[in-house]
Design a protein around this ligand. Structure first.
Ligand SMILES: Cc1ncc(C[n+]2csc(CCOP(=O)(O)OP(=O)(O)O)c2C)c(N)n1
Ligand SMILES: [Mg+2]
Length: 374
């Protein structure tokens, strides 16, 4: 964990969990009372997560997946700039370790995932074909939502990926429903419901927490604390900005995790899944992370300095960190370059596909939507 203590952003707040300094990308205030959740007596809690002991092959795979998300998102940003992608588009750059670390612990076809509008990375981490994601972004018939959903409204029942939601916080209630469905059907699945630090202040989140704990639903609530909700930093909007504590009054244990370290995230996923799969009810994970780009493509990002973003990029970038670790494990520069080349090829093929495949037929305007003669 030595690397965790390495970075403190100048002038920023420090967020600490017992002995673990997560301040590198943090804008939240210090914990007011250390060890509060652990101090509640007679309440069983999951153990402290351990950093996942990945071998070289496993870490290489996480690196590859994070790089795919990074390059895909960069390309999406370019295509947006060229006018090939319209409407809203929220990029995931900086947060890659969260989706990759968590979803690598899931069982595909059994567990379900639901998230908000910043959703491309979660789909890529779930192994969904980059071509159909890109084609959705460019509004083509081959897109995962037949070109009619766009960036925020992607869905794949086959993958148990349930969106892609534009209403902040809605996915938490819907995810609780997915958790209920897993329990009702007895299919052994767990739902991973992602939401942001801003969404964490939504009322329906807490109604969902109550039901989820009351019925011991198999769900992991994941707060991706990227420090900002549009232009508002978490400490300006949140009375309790140690968001992992938000489930305590519903008896949902919370864990704060370094969301810039893919192996720390993977370790937390293991701990959370063990708890939930044992029938002990939900867990809340707060992933401390950071988004490098604006909230959406139309955000001038005047609420933070370039220096702040650069400092996080320089000191805490999840991909660079994984690369350094791989180098220590003996992975040579050539091998890393080969991966980079392969990823660039995949992304460029996805972009070509998104640009060249046909738009939906005009007759499709009235299918898959709730309009018509009823
Ligand atoms: C119910 C609702 N209120 C407001 C909005 C407008 N809105 C869109 S994104 C956003 C900020 C959410 O921030 P956060 O939950 O931190 O997620 P992030 O964008 O950082 O991933 C807001 C207020 C919305 N889409 N839905
Ligand atoms: Mg946010």
């Amino acid at each position: 964990m030595a690397a965790l203590a390495a970075y403190r952003h100048p002038g920023q707040y420090q967020a600490k969990r017992e002995g673990l300094d997560l301040a590198r990308a943090s804008t939240s205030k210090p914990a007011k009372q250390a060890a509060a959740p652990q101090a509640i007596p007679n309440r069983e809690r999951p153990p402290e997560p351990k950093r996942h002991p990945a071998d070289k092959a496993e870490l290489l795979e996480y690196y590859r997946q994070m790089l795919l998300i990074r390059r895909f998102e960069e390309k999406a940003g370019q295509l947006y700039g060229l006018g090939l992608i319209g409407g809203f588009c929220h990029l995931y750059i900086g947060q890659e370790a969260v989706a990759v670390g968590l979803q690598s612990a899931l069982e595909p076809g059994k567990d379900s995932v639901i998230t908000g509008y910043r959703d491309h990375g979660h789909m890529l981490a779930y192994g969904i074909d980059p071509k159909v994601i890109m084609a959705e972004l460019t509004g083509r018939a081959a897109g995962i939502s037949r070109g009619k959903g766009g960036s925020m409204h992607m869905f794949s029942v086959d993958h148990k990926f349930y969106g892609g939601h534009g209403i902040v916080g809605a996915q938490v209630s819907l995810g609780t429903g997915l958790g209920f469905s897993h329990k009702y059907k007895g299919d052994g699945g767990v739902c991973l419901a992602y939401f942001g630090d801003g969404a964490a202040n939504q009322g329906q989140v807490y109604e969902s927490f109550n039901m989820a704990e009351l019925w011991k639903l198999p769900i992991i609530f994941v707060i991706e604390n990227n420090q900002y909700a549009m232009g508002t930093s978490v400490n300006r909007s949140s009375a309790e900005d140690q968001l992992y504590r938000r489930g305590e009054s519903f008896r949902i244990p919370g864990l704060q995790v370094d969301g810039m370290d893919v192996l720390a995230v993977r370790g937390a996923a293991t701990t959370a899944l063990e708890w939930v799969r044992a029938g002990k009810g939900p867990v809340l994970l707060e992933l401390k992370t950071y988004r490098y780009r604006g909230h959406s493509m139309s955000d001038p990002a005047k609420y933070r300095s370039r220096d702040e973003v650069q400092a996080v990029r320089d000191k805490s970038d999840p991909i660079e960190a994984a690369k350094r670790e791989l180098e220590k494990l003996g992975v040579g520069e050539d091998a890393l370059k080969d991966i980079d080349k392969e990823i660039r090829r995949i992304v460029s093929e996805a972009a070509d596909f998104g640009e060249s495949s046909p738009e939906p037929d005009a007759a499709e305007l009235y299918t898959d939507v709730l309009v018509g003669r009823y």
